[in-house]
Ligand binder design. Structure first.
Ligand code: N01
Length: 542
């Protein structure tokens, strides 16, 4: 019989995950005087930036924006060295935050939560780790990440392959040396697009296996712009306020805070529209999300941007045949996550890089010495998988979570994820999540701060009222799910094949995973729900 160690005492809160969301939740809980413990599967803090160490890994929201806003001292003392920080610097920032706010003392590293079961007698969650320890807690917050459950490669004959294999999202801590090696990479989403140019610099030969070409724009990273950094620091609050009032929480274009768009792409003259796109192209990064009000809802408006980016892509690649393979033509731009690259398209101008279009020639199988495509053997020493994630629901689905009546969350979500305010679901009292299913498409750090504060307020209200449990009413949740679905149906997302709809996971129900109504409207609804919590069932206690 396996032995199990129990902590005995009941905690107020368990936080699962010590990435940016979990770290903030832990900090909030400590400040509120809660008894709290955080569990992290990795050996350090950082989440995404702990695991994704592949060459070229870097954020594509400006670091001035992709950073915590909750502490003015932290904002002032931290200096980013690049406009878009690379993975090592982001990891260092996470470590700095953990040390500065004494978070490590409450985090158990190398510890994975395997189950969380609601005990209806004690009205507590019993949480079990992979070390077979159990902990009892009143509240449980899953800060397990939206892009953290990798899709494990599952190709015919993969075990036959005798060379090295790597997954971008589980990259080794020691440097991988590609010199003198024939390397293959599968996947051309944002991870592949960042890794490909870097690996091509040292590999003897790089073969890229592409199924769907991505829309990609230049990132235009540079060393940190001292003037801009100083200006922002002089009035960080102004930038934070612009972010809070924006759709997605990143607002800088050409070093200027960009106002919220007010016009349709179709109501501006074509030459003016082109100038606007060109300004953004020169600025670099993801600022295309904000161009016009209807860029994600009107096919004609969207096509103006799609055509602009396609023509830019063609200009970047010398061989017109290769260029055509890299130009997306069968889905709307932004309905799959826009990638922001450093020399990605130009990498195909190198002698040592070959593009294999899997739509022309699919993979037949893996063999001892490489991969066969369309009957042709490609010899490889190394294969890299940049094949993506089970987005939003994946990380929680991989934990055995059972609510009232022993109902399993994974089972509940088999017919489509459900949530109220993208943080809770009916039947799972006191269980919350951050940056998870039903949450807005928004800067994840700022979202963690907002949701962390909202959760803290919920916990303290419950305690003040002497109550033990809270969960959404079925009708509140149904209304939230319908609102998400209705907003999704107004956008172009359902018209393409993308992970926002769950399409990258066979069998995953097709339901939009994010709230696409913009952060300001999300916040308004969360605030209104917290006025009297009338959309919830509160039970237990006096
Ligand atoms: O994953 P993806 P990702 N055979 O799902 C291909 C964030 N991120 O890790 O589209 C062949 O986008 C798949 O092809 P297809 C960002 O939000 C941010 O790259 O299914 N190919 C696709 O090309 C991003 O959106 C940053 O046809 C297969 C690729 O693998 C998200 O993470 C950096 C295949 C997966 O692309 C995920 O990006 C990196 C198969 N069997 C990531 N299975 C920055 O901040 C899958 N593919 C910059």
């Amino acid at each position: 019989m396996s032995s199990s160690h129990s902590t005995g005492g009941r905690l107020d809160l368990i936080v699962v995950g010590a990435g940016f969301s979990g770290m903030y939740m832990l900090h909030q809980a400590k400040c509120s005087g809660l008894s709290v413990k955080c569990f992290e599967a990795g050996s350090d803090v950082g989440g995404t930036w702990y695991w994704n160490r592949y060459p070229g890994a870097r954020v594509d929201i400006e670091s001035l924006e992709y950073s915590y806003s909750f502490s003015e001292e932290l904002q002032q003392e931290w200096n980013w060295t690049e406009r878009y920080a690379g993975q090592p610097e982001l990891l260092k920032y996470s470590q700095h935050v953990a040390d500065r706010f004494n978070l490590r003392e409450d985090i158990s590293f190398d510890t994975r939560i395997v189950s969380a079961i609601f005990d209806e007698e004690t009205l507590c969650w019993v949480v079990r780790t992979n070390r077979n320890e159990t902990f009892t807690t009143q509240f449980c917050v899953f800060a397990t990440g939206l892009l953290s459950a990798p899709i494990e490669p599952n190709f015919d004959g993969l075990t036959e392959f005798k060379g090295e294999q790597y997954l971008t999202s589980r990259w080794p801590h020691d440097e991988v040396d590609f010199s003198g090696k024939r390397v293959g990479i599968i996947g051309t989403g944002s991870s592949g697009i960042q890794a490909i140019p870097r690996i091509a610099q040292t590999a003897e030969h790089l073969t890229v296996f592409q199924r769907t070409p991505a829309y990609t724009v230049p990132l235009r990273n540079c060393s940190s712009q001292t003037k801009l950094h100083q200006e922002v620091k002089n009035n960080y609050a102004a930038l934070r306020s612009a972010e809070a009032n924006s759709f997605a929480g990143f607002t800088l274009v050409n070093s200027q805070v960009e106002p919220v768009p007010t016009q349709s792409a179709l109501e501006v003259p074509p030459d003016e529209r082109l100038r606007e796109y060109e300004t953004r192209w020169q600025s670099g990064g993801l600022c295309f999300y904000y161009t016009y009000t209807d860029i994600l809802t009107s096919e004609s408006a969207n096509e103006t941007l799609g055509e602009f980016i396609r023509s830019k892509t063609r200009e970047r690649i010398r061989d017109p045949e290769v260029a055509e393979k890299l130009v997306p033509t069968d889905y709307h731009i932004l309905t799959r996550r826009l990638s922001a690259d450093t020399d990605y398209c130009e990498t195909y101008n190198r002698e040592n890089v070959t593009l294999v279009d899997l739509r022309e020639k699919p993979i037949d199988g893996f063999y001892e010495n490489g991969i066969s495509v369309g009957g042709q053997m490609i010899d490889l020493d190394v294969i890299i998988f940049a094949t993506g994630f089970d987005v939003m629901t994946g990380a929680m689905d991989r934990i055995d979570i059972r609510g009232r009546g022993n109902q399993s969350l994974k089972k509940r979500w088999e017919t489509g994820h459900t949530s109220y305010l993208g943080m809770m679901t009916e039947g799972f009292p006191n269980l919350l999540w951050m940056n998870g299913p039903g949450s807005p498409f928004y800067n994840p750090l700022l979202q963690a701060e907002y949701q962390g504060q909202w959760i803290s307020r919920l916990i303290s209200t419950l305690k003040t009222n002497g109550k033990k449990c809270i969960e959404p009413l079925l009708e509140s949740e149904a209304a939230w799910v319908k609102l998400n679905d209705d907003i999704g149906a107004m956008t172009l997302f359902p018209k393409s094949n993308n992970y926002y709809m769950g399409d990258n996971i066979p069998g995953k129900p097709r339901r939009i995973l994010f709230y696409f109504g913009g952060f300001p409207s999300y916040r308004e609804q969360c605030e209104s729900a917290a006025v009297d919590y009338s959309g919830f069932r509160v039970f237990g206690g006096v």
